[in-house]
Design a protein around this ligand. Structure first.
Ligand code: FRU
Length: 496
């Protein structure tokens, strides 16, 4: 049954979305139909297609009572919009259908698990927001909320833990057909933990264990957990709130970290922690496993702290990152754009062994929708820095600056066109190989995703720069570099 609230959201989209021209959207990054989006939800395979839902408030470009928007794709690059999937229309989710996940059930239905939010006023007048886990089942377009909702509530979590912060279930199916889910929760010490639950049928759930806990070390509350095996390791992904910076590895505020370890006898042993993305705009990452076994991750390409800093006149706000293939190399989590992107490689321009001193342009190298790889090495002597300037005109520029002496990359978007006094610079450590550094840059109108040294680091940025600022320059400071450059335009009018 389609509730009045859901119908209202679908009608609203149908009525107003046509007023938003394609030119206001990125070409291959997921956006909402209209209004606001945040976290990716329900990123999963269903009947051979990739489905992606998202936290959605169609009625304004601000966060509001959360709905689930919905898209699907055959190749993770081109997406087809589907009707809004969930609306906050039940007593247990009347204040929002928060983040969650989806799997295909053996009977062919799609099972969604999400967080239902309802506000309640305490006797002393304080308004509290209670969070429970709920189920909806559907056919890939329409979903029915389960009559037994909520399926996980206060009685299911360890004593002392809070139901005010109990959200973002990520579920999957085990090889034996049973289900598991991890859920973010706040423990008695005020910091986050990841709880694991199990179920034989997807509807009845039992607590298994606390997978890992923050203990106020990596932020406070841990949102949006994900948990999966990868290349012989077990990976726990969380989105911490209120992090303190740690060198150049973790920045303050909302972050996204990967905890690498082992999972044996229902016990996670944490071995290593790393940042998932070293840029400004990346949060709430979620993964799926593709039919060919690849682990693929997508995230909200935005940061909560500056999510109110919207350019005047935008009618859609928020977009997803490019889906990224994950692997583990030398004990690090590696991420690269999904290989399907290469099916859209169009016109190619390439140069090798270009000697650069000072600042230079290269014939045919410009654009705002592209996939470009630049390999930098010293030209004999030393150099102070190499700078790649993109989305550039007389007034605007975003620069990626590598300093060999410090092994740092510093991305500066302070002249990209965003006129708000927020963080515009990120710096992080990289590992050159034989003096070489490789920068792969994927741009899609107002975003820039950087992959360093074949995915050792990724860094995502929103750049609200006028689209005709499309110049690219290469610059050596105090010395000379040798560059190899390969640039593809990305073309979407041909079949992928
Ligand atoms: C993370 C988050 C989730 C929550 C959702 C609400 O960005 O705060 O924890 O489910 O957004 O929209």
């Amino acid at each position: 049954m389609i509730s009045e609230k859901l119908q209202q959201a679908r009608d609203f989209e149908a009525r107003y979305m046509p007023f938003i021209p394609d030119s206001e959207r990125p070409l291959f990054h997921v956006t909402g139909g209209i209004g606001w989006i945040n976290d990716p939800n329900g990123f999963s395979l269903y009947k051979g297609e990739y489905h992606l839902f998202y936290q959605y408030h169609p009625y304004s470009i601000q966060w509001g009572p959360m709905h689930w928007g919905h898209m699907k794709s055959r190749d993770l690059i081109r997406w087809e919009r589907l009707p809004v999937a969930l609306a906050p229309d039940m007593s247990y989710d009347q204040n929002g259908c928060f983040s969650g996940s989806a799997v295909e059930m053996p009977d062919g239905r799609q099972l969604i698990m999400y967080t239902g939010v309802h506000r309640q006023r305490r006797a002393d007048g304080v308004l509290e927001e209670h969070q429970t886990q709920c189920i909806a089942v559907g056919d890939g377009v329409n979903y029915e909320k389960y009559e037994g909702n909520p399926v996980l509530a206060g009685a299911d979590i360890p004593a002392g833990n809070s139901t005010l912060d109990f959200r973002d279930p990520k579920l999957w199916q085990e090889p034996d057909g049973t289900y598991r889910a991890v859920v973010g929760n706040r423990t008695a010490d005020g910091s986050g933990a990841v709880l694991m639950f199990k179920s034989a049928d997807g509807f009845h759930w039992d607590f298994v264990t606390v997978v890992d806990a923050c203990r106020n070390e990596y932020g406070r509350m841990w949102e949006c957990p994900d948990f999966f095996p990868l290349d012989g390791k077990q990976v726990l992904i969380v989105s911490p709130q209120e992090m303190l910076a740690l060198g150049l590895e973790l920045h303050a505020g909302y972050g996204n970290i990967a905890l690498l370890g082992t999972w044996e006898n229902e016990r996670f042993t944490r071995e290593k922690v790393q940042s998932l993305d070293y840029g400004i705009d990346f949060y709430a990452a979620q993964t799926l496993q593709a039919a060919d076994g690849r682990r693929i991750m997508i995230a909200w390409m935005q940061n909560w702290t500056n999510s109110n800093c919207q350019p005047r006149g935008v009618r859609i706000f928020g977009q997803m990152t490019l889906p990224r293939e994950l692997s583990i190399r030398d004990g690090r989590l590696i991420q690269n754009p999904v290989r399907e992107l290469e099916n859209y490689h169009g016109h190619r321009v390439a140069y090798s062994d270009v000697l650069v001193t000072g600042e230079t342009n290269m014939e045919g190298i410009s654009g705002r929708v592209l996939d470009m790889t630049v390999t930098v090495r010293p030209a004999g002597g030393t150099y102070h820095a190499f700078r790649l300037n993109v989305a550039k005109d007389g007034e605007h520029v975003t620069s990626i600056r590598y300093k060999p002496e410090m092994n740092t990359i510093r991305v500066d978007r302070s002249r990209c066109g965003i006129r708000y006094d927020v963080v515009h610079v990120r710096e992080f450590l990289v590992r050159p190989r034989n003096g070489k550094i490789k920068l792969r840059l994927v741009m899609d109108r107002n975003s820039l995703e950087l992959f360093v040294n074949d995915g050792e680091q990724a860094a995502s940025f929103i750049v609200y720069t006028p689209e005709d600022a499309d110049s690219i320059s290469f610059q050596a400071e105090n010395g000379a570099v040798l560059l190899d450059v390969e640039k593809y335009d990305l073309e979407f009018d041909k079949e992928g």
